[in-house]
Design a protein around this ligand. Structure first.
Ligand code: 5GP
Ligand code: ZN
Length: 113
């Protein structure tokens, strides 16, 4: 998927503010944040949406990476939200599976992606 923006970010072909990375996952700041902390948790392999995800281990790794990043940003106690938009009707704009991590400040002011 050479034209996929998140594949390009994962391969560091285009810049992003990377906050966490391991063998399978990359996490970077959303370019248009809806909350004081708004990070995208993205598997390095191209999977277009949750509908195409079958790897249970990778699914677990995404959630555990989100938990780590929440701790890094000190929002593990105050609270955070994980969102996986799936398909056009849910507003999934980038067709590479990603998990939004939102947290910090006043949750009533968050723009839910
Ligand atoms: P979706 O609506 O697909 O669930 O969310 C896609 C998210 O990706 C949006 O919140 C949008 O701001 C973010 N995004 C889109 N393009 C880029 C980019 O090139 N870099 C970064 N860091 N975020 C992006
Ligand atoms: Zn991709």
């Amino acid at each position: 998927m050479s034209e996929c923006i998140f594949c390009k970010i994962a391969k560091k072909q285009i810049p992003s503010d990377i906050v966490y990375e391991d063998e399978d996952i990359i996490a970077f700041k959303d370019i248009n944040p809806g909350a004081p902390v708004h990070i995208l948790i993205v598997p390095k392999v191209h999977i277009s949406s949750l509908n195409e995800l079958t790897d249970t281990e990778l699914a677990g790794k995404m959630i555990l990476a989100a938990k780590k990043v929440a701790k890094m940003y000190n929002i593990n106690k105050s609270g955070y939200k994980l969102i996986v938009n799936t398909g056009e009707g849910a507003g999934q704009l980038v067709r590479h599976i990603h998990m939004h991590l939102l947290g910090g400040g006043d949750k009533n002011k968050w723009r839910i992606p």
